[in-house]
Design a protein around this ligand. Structure first.
Ligand code: ZN
Length: 340
């Protein structure tokens, strides 16, 4: 077991599905809150960990949203954004040996109620990733997220923001409530993204029905799908076929799916079936701080609970590298770390 842990930890990894808002360390939340006079339920690290981190399958969605609100509250200055981004990179690279990292965030969620400019915040995040890349063997990219539950105006504003920044961002994502905000709503809006050549991923099939995944493929034509858990429930198998035919990669996040009850038990997670169906699949940690996970833990669980082999893990990294939204020359450079 220890040997397996060591082997997993030392593997170079690709992470495609990680939210910056889900990467805020507890001590950073407390320190930033004290500095900026932000209210927290408690200023004790142990107690805040219990409130701001999910330790088992969620009781309610409100409970998890409350955790995100605590993390969100400290994106309060450009200095805080810089510190949070740098720590997210440090954790990813030093603890998990991540060599290619796509970090994503929702500007409207992250900066709601804050006195920070969207453009300047993006530039701070990118400057932080660039300076980190100079010091360590890692490549990074930033994905801009539209928060569906914030309504159409917010989605359109976020799309325009992404298009204006198409030369410096890696891609675009739709996240949060899919059930009340179905893919068909955005069929027109995504045209701007496609025309601008911005690669698209969509959170889909995390809850609800497999037909949502079909709708996402039909209306939004993404290159990747976040979670996609429900795709396995199509009795005809057509959803998996379409994912494969369209060359779509599933960004799976097993422990996240267990904590949000997308699967009852990790043993039920469809990751192994996705691989058996010859789909392109990656493994991500989603929100490492809030969900108390990282890729070392995800890989360990994928082997111990879901039945993946070490070769399967290497396969998911190969898929992730191929499906990354970073430019081909960067991916080629990164591939050197994975070819041994
Ligand atoms: Zn996510």
């Amino acid at each position: 077991m220890i040997e397996q842990d060591i082997a997993i930890k030392s593997m170079p990894k690709v992470e495609l599905h990680r939210h910056l808002e889900g990467c805020v360390r507890i001590p950073t939340i407390i320190r930033t809150a004290l500095r900026h006079n932000i209210k927290l339920p408690t200023f004790y690290e142990d107690e805040l960990s219990k409130i701001a981190k999910l330790s088992g399958p969620m009781g309610s969605l409100a409970e998890v949203l409350g955790m995100f609100e605590i993390a969100q509250s400290v994106f309060v200055s450009y200095g805080a954004v810089e510190e949070i981004t740098r720590q997210a990179l440090e954790d990813a690279h030093k603890k998990e040996n991540i060599r290619l990292l796509e970090l994503r965030y929702s500007p409207d969620f992250m900066l709601k109620g804050k006195d920070l400019d969207w453009q300047k915040t993006l530039e701070v995040i990118l400057a932080t990733t660039r300076s980190f890349q100079k010091k360590y063997p890692i490549f990074t990219g930033v994905i801009i997220i539209a928060s569906r539950s914030y309504g159409m105006d917010s989605v359109l504003k976020t799309i325009d923001f992404a298009v204006q920044n198409k030369s410096i961002i890696a891609g675009f994502d739709f996240a949060d409530d899919e059930i009340n905000y179905p893919a068909s709503l955005y069929a027109g809006a995504v045209k701007k993204l496609h025309e601008a050549g911005i690669p698209l991923t969509v959170h889909s099939g995390e809850d609800g029905k497999f037909s949502q995944v079909l709708d996402v493929i039909k209306f939004l034509n993404p290159r990747r799908i976040g979670h996609g858990v429900k795709a396995i429930e199509d009795p005809s198998g057509k959803t998996l076929e379409l994912i494969k035919e369209n060359g779509i990669t599933i960004e799976s996040n097993p422990y996240s799916n267990y904590l949000t009850r997308a699967v009852e038990r990790l043993e039920d997670h469809p990751l192994k079936k996705f691989i058996a169906a010859d789909l392109s699949v990656s493994i991500g940690a989603d929100d490492p701080e809030i969900l108390d996970t990282d890729l070392n833990k995800e890989y360990g669980l994928a082997v111990d609970k879901i039945g993946l082999s070490m070769a399967d893990l290497a396969y998911t990294n190969k898929c992730a590298l191929k499906a990354s939204f970073l430019p081909p020359d960067i991916k080629q450079e990164a591939a050197k770390w994975f070819d041994q």
